[in-house]
Every structure is written in structure tokens, then in C-alpha cells.
Ligand binder design. Structure first.
Ligand code: THU
Length: 154
């Protein structure tokens, strides 16, 4: 999907749609993420759990991994996240907005540090009716990044 940037509602819809394909039988909480470049190209991902609970992967990491394969982390400009449970009608349901967890914020900050362009994060509710918008620098101030490794032995 490329050519023109999506509206916020469209990007949230893509994140909600990705959540439908989550594998989240342990938490019952399906999360979807849509990552967009400067020209509207999108990569998506969803959370993937397994029986060893702590080894599950977040939706944002799945989407960032797909984005790296499709076009490169440095081209990411916007990210939409939505989470909840799958309702009777097969769509993502839930009123609470979902902001990326701390670990995912670190990975989004890595993408920002590659391009030097701050990334807009849209944190949406499962039903898509509510959303808050912040930059990754707002979500993760004073982050640890490549510059903090200047004193490493190399
Ligand atoms: N989860 C995500 O996929 N992204 C987040 O930012 C928060 C949490 C997933 C992990 C786990 O599979 C489920 O939601 C419940 O924590």
C-alpha cells in the first residue's frame, strides 16, 4: 500500500484489522499495529503469544520487523496501535486506548534515531472511536540511544 498518506482513521482501521490476525489466546488481548512511511506505504503486525507467556511478541515489534523488511525503519513517520478483544461480529472491540509498552517505545525510538525525524504515535481504542496522538519523544523522553554508546570500547 503506497502512494498517498492515510488519514488517521484509515491508519487506525489498518491497525484494528491487523489485530484480527493476532495470536493472543493467553491474554485474550489482541493488539494490532500499522506503520506508515512518508509516502503512505504501510506495514502491519499483531501480537503473537505462546505457551511460555513471557516470550510473547508485541504487535509493534511485529510491525517494525515487517517494516524493516518492506522498506526500512528509517522511513517510518507514523504508527497506529489499537488493542482489545475480538467481538461477536469479528471486529476489534474495547473502549480503552492502548499506548505502546515501554519496550516497544524503545524500538520506536530506534527508528526515530535512524532518520532523525520524530515519529507520530496514534494510540487508539479497540473499537477505534478514541485515540490520543503523541510523538515518540513525548512517550519516551530522555531515551537511551546510539549517542549513549559513545564510550563503548570499539
Ligand atoms: N501488547 C502489545 O502487543 N503491545 C503493547 O504495546 C502492549 C501489550 C500485547 C502483549 C500481550 O500479548 C498482550 O498485549 C497483553 O499484554
Amino acid at each position: 500500500m503506497s502512494g498517498k498518506r492515510h488519514t488517521q482513521a484509515e491508519l487506525v482501521a489498518l491497525a484494528r484489522d491487523a489485530a484480527i490476525r493476532a495470536h493472543a489466546p493467553y491474554s485474550g488481548f489482541s493488539v494490532g499495529c500499522a506503520v506508515e512511511t512518508e509516502d503512505g506505504t504501510v506495514a502491519t503486525g499483531s501480537n503473537m503469544e505462546n505457551a511460555c507467556y513471557r516470550l510473547g511478541v508485541c504487535a509493534e515489534i511485529s510491525a517494525l520487523t515487517a517494516a524493516q523488511q518492506a522498506f526500512g525503519l528509517d522511513r517510518i513517520r507514523r504508527i497506529a496501535v489499537a488493542g482489545g478483544h475480538i467481538g461477536e461480529d469479528g471486529t476489534l472491540t474495547g473502549a480503552q486506548t492502548v499506548t505502546p509498552c515501554g519496550g516497544c517505545r524503545q524500538s520506536i525510538a530506534e527508528a526515530r534515531d535512524l532518520s532523525g525525524v520524530d515519529i507520530e504515535v496514534i494510540s487508539a481504542s479497540g473499537d477505534g472511536t478514541d485515540a490520543s496522538v503523541q510523538t515518540i519523544s513525548e512517550l519516551l523522553p530522555a531515551s537511551f540511544g546510539p549517542d549513549n554508546l559513545d564510550d563503548a570500547e570499539r
